[in-house]
Design a protein around this ligand. Structure first.
Ligand SMILES: NC(=O)C1=CN([C@@H]2O[C@H](COP(=O)(O)OP(=O)(O)OC[C@H]3O[C@@H](n4cnc5c(N)ncnc54)[C@H](OP(=O)(O)O)[C@@H]3O)[C@@H](O)[C@H]2O)[C@@H](O)CC1
Ligand SMILES: Nc1ncnc2c1ncn2[C@@H]1O[C@H](COP(=O)(O)OP(=O)(O)O)[C@@H](O)[C@H]1O
Length: 297
């Protein structure tokens, strides 16, 4: 199947999407974001996603993590609301309501090789009524037969989903959906094929990032190799999740989120050098990325 050429969105279009809070906003009106992740082995990934979600504007960020990870999350940033996933039900995730938008991110810091993490990811896929971003270890669960069936059920129910695979995760998703040949070799085509196969918007990460809803594909190529460091993908998940939590549409949240993430990487590299940037610097540079985009637009 031939694909239309990838679009590029200009700064004016992207700047118009920035989620400035209304003067009478409260923390609930600004969007609730739940990050489900952070197993005992990887608490840092959930911390990074949640902190990025705060910096990208979400009003109320909760981390649902392994009991062993609670102290790490609270110590990392006391303004995060942390709760254990023991005794927690995925049905407890807030649904988006008028004037009370919400979204969930599942996967940062879920171990792709761990059965309990896979069960948790599948439970979230089954229950989350709000927009759901699937990242990290949850993508391994999504690529299974049960995960693909749950993705199809979500799409049939009108529940919306964003996937943020890196190259390895995209290959796993492609194998699960039997996508091969030319479609798997070209990132723009692969992003579109994954979006169609999983009924989702796909953000295929790499030196260039391709965002596709299956019909339209947008290229975001303003990043920096400073971002090639473990944990920056978790930051991206939190940024896009926060934009979804503030009510942005899927494609707009994904393209604006990938742009702010890339700009934050550049701003962080300006301060810390492309050698020295760590994911925490990218989180802290998000306000500078917002300023740069607002000024350019
Ligand atoms: N501080 C923390 O707590 C951190 C925690 N993290 C958390 O760790 C969990 C596991 O995530 P993960 O990406 O480390 O492993 P996984 O999904 O099993 O992929 C493994 C295989 O995929 C490939 N591959 C990897 N990257 C690729 C790329 N860019 N482009 C192409 N291919 C790529 C590569 O295969 P290879 O090329 O070696 O054959 C690799 O062996 C997840 O929950 C995440 O959130 C991390 O975010 C780091 C910071
Ligand atoms: N050379 C590069 N140039 C621009 N962006 C990059 C480059 N390498 C990685 N990135 C970005 O950094 C992030 C890495 O995400 P990912 O591989 O999931 O890391 P992790 O799982 O460790 O958090 C992605 O957003 C990707 O687009």
């Amino acid at each position: 199947m031939s694909e239309p050429a990838a679009e590029r969105w200009d700064d004016a279009r992207l700047a118009a999407l920035l989620p400035w809070p209304a003067p009478d906003a409260n923390k609930y009106a600004r969007g609730a974001l739940a990050v489900v992740g952070g197993c005992a082995r990887y608490p840092g990934a959930a911390c990074l996603a949640a902190a990025a979600g705060q910096r990208a504007g979400a009003g109320y960020v909760t981390v649902v993590c392994a009991p062993e990870s609670l102290a790490v999350v609270r110590g990392f940033r006391p303004s995060l609301v942390a709760r254990s996933w023991e005794g927690w039900q995925a049905a407890d995730l807030p649904a988006a309501r008028p004037a009370r938008p919400a979204a969930a991110v599942v996967g940062p810091g879920l171990d792709p090789a761990d059965d309990a993490c896979a069960r948790l990811a599948l439970a979230v896929l089954a229950a989350a009524a709000s927009p759901l971003l699937v990242d990290g270890g949850a993508l391994a669960a999504l690529a299974t037969g049960e995960g693909r069936a749950l993705a199809a059920a979500r799409a049939a129910q009108g529940r919306v989903t964003v996937l943020t695979p890196h190259g390895g995760e995209a290959a796993r998703l492609a194998r699960g959906a039997r996508i091969g040949g030319d479609a798997a070799a070209d990132p723009a085509r692969l992003a579109a094929a994954l979006a169609r196969a999983y009924g989702a918007v796909c953000v295929l990460k790499g030196p260039d990032t391709h965002v596709s809803d299956g019909a339209r594909t947008v290229l975001v190529d303003r990043g920096t190799a400073a971002l090639a460091k473990a944990g920056t993908g978790d930051v991206l998940a939190g940024v896009v999740g926060a934009l979804l939590a503030q009510g942005a549409s899927l494609l707009e949240a994904a393209v604006l989120g990938a742009t702010l993430h890339a700009e934050a990487g550049c701003a962080a590299a300006d301060r810390m050098t492309a050698i020295g940037v760590v994911p925490e610097d990218v989180v802290d540079a998000l306000p500078e990325a917002v300023r740069r985009l607002a000024a350019a637009g």
